[in-house]
Design a protein around this ligand. Structure first.
Ligand code: GDP
Length: 317
């Protein structure tokens, strides 16, 4: 498929074309990346319509199982769901997330779902930037909900939170040490905390953990956007509590659209990626220079007005 056909077919919701474009985008060959970037540029006006949800938690917490069940629930509502990943550990472990799709079996065979493992090469920033571009491609290909999975190891959550509209932290009910599993900074970023595996003998323990997190969250500073982080229990395996989570996300979406934070947040994210890419690819010195001579502001405007993509702006530089 050539560039024109890819552009045409992606817009016709052709997942094969989408896959192909993503592969080009992740290619290490300059010539292939260029094609992908042309596609992104041609379609950029049409991107931005999906809701982007980040999902994190330690290995074993049930992220894959959750994405499978939650994704299926969404497709049953008529939504088209794309699953992408950022895996900061993948270079060491050959992909610890989404590598094993077996726990996403049901979703993987759903024609309204698209699952793509994490780009593996490069720095966390580079990998995340690819994921950012993949989000745009999935959006123009007509996906309504984009789930972005990452492992809870620290750095990657901050990166993912710069890509999403809603950030979901999955946790387990521990025996008395509920607050120690995950760093406070990550909890502060979460729009919702879900205590997973609330089934069988674990139901009461999960409820207790929920109460503990609720009171712990009271001690955190309120979010700037006015949202109060929610805590809930669920069972990804038994598909319990998932409707409630979707309602929560919709409520957040409505609230953020009404108070202007939805657009504001996306603007800030775009600017964040522009700055980050300039620093990574051209160096801090160049970044500071652009900032002091006022050129950075101009680049930001171009990006926000969809006059150019980040890639194009960097190429011009
Ligand atoms: P990930 O590493 O976070 O992606 O976790 P997985 O989704 O691979 O799940 C790890 C293990 O926990 C698997 O054996 C799952 O079957 C199990 N698991 C996941 N969710 C639940 C749940 O809600 N309840 C129970 N009982 N087990 C679960």
């Amino acid at each position: 498929m050539d560039e024109k056909t890819l552009i045409k077919n992606i817009q016709k919701d052709d997942t094969l074309a989408l896959s192909k474009a993503i592969t080009l985008c992740e290619s290490t060959l300059e010539s292939e990346q260029k094609i992908a970037q042309n596609i992104i540029a041609a379609l950029s006006e049409k991107s931005g319509k999906a809701i982007r949800i980040g999902i994190t938690g330690i290995p074993g917490v049930g992220k894959s199982t959750f994405i499978n069940s939650f994704g299926k629930m969404l497709t049953s509502k008529g939504k088209k769901v794309a699953v992408l990943a950022i895996d900061p550990t993948s270079e060491k472990t050959q992909g610890s997330i989404l590598g094993d799709k077996s726990r996403m079996d049901e979703l993987a065979t759903d024609k309204n779902a698209f699952i793509r493992p994490s780009p593996s090469a490069g720095t966390l920033g580079g990998v995340a930037n690819k994921t950012r571009e993949n989000i745009l491609l999935c959006e123009v290909a007509g996906f309504d909900v984009i789930l972005i999975e990452t492992v809870g190891v620290g750095q990657s959550e901050t990166t993912v939170s710069n890509l999403v509209d809603f950030f979901l932290l999955l946790m387990l009910a521990g025996a008395g040490d509920e607050l120690q599993g995950i760093k406070r900074g990550i909890m502060e970023m979460a729009d919702a905390i879900l205590i997973n595996k609330a089934d069988g003998d674990n139901v009461q323990k999960a409820k207790n953990a929920m109460l503990q997190y609720k009171s712990a969250l009271h001690l955190f500073p309120a979010m700037q956007n006015g949202w109060i982080a929610q805590v809930s229990t669920c069972s990804a395996l038994e598909k319990i509590g998932l409707e409630n989570i979707w309602e929560m996300i919709e409520k957040h979406q409505n609230q953020m659209c009404a108070n202007g934070y939805f657009i504001e947040n996306r603007k800030e994210q775009n600017i964040h990626w522009l700055h980050r890419q300039i620093k990574e690819e051209l160096g801090n010195k160049k970044y500071t220079q652009l900032k002091t001579d006022g050129k950075l502001k101009k680049l930001e405007e171009k990006l926000l007005n969809k006059k150019a993509t980040i890639y194009q702006l960097l190429e011009d530089l």
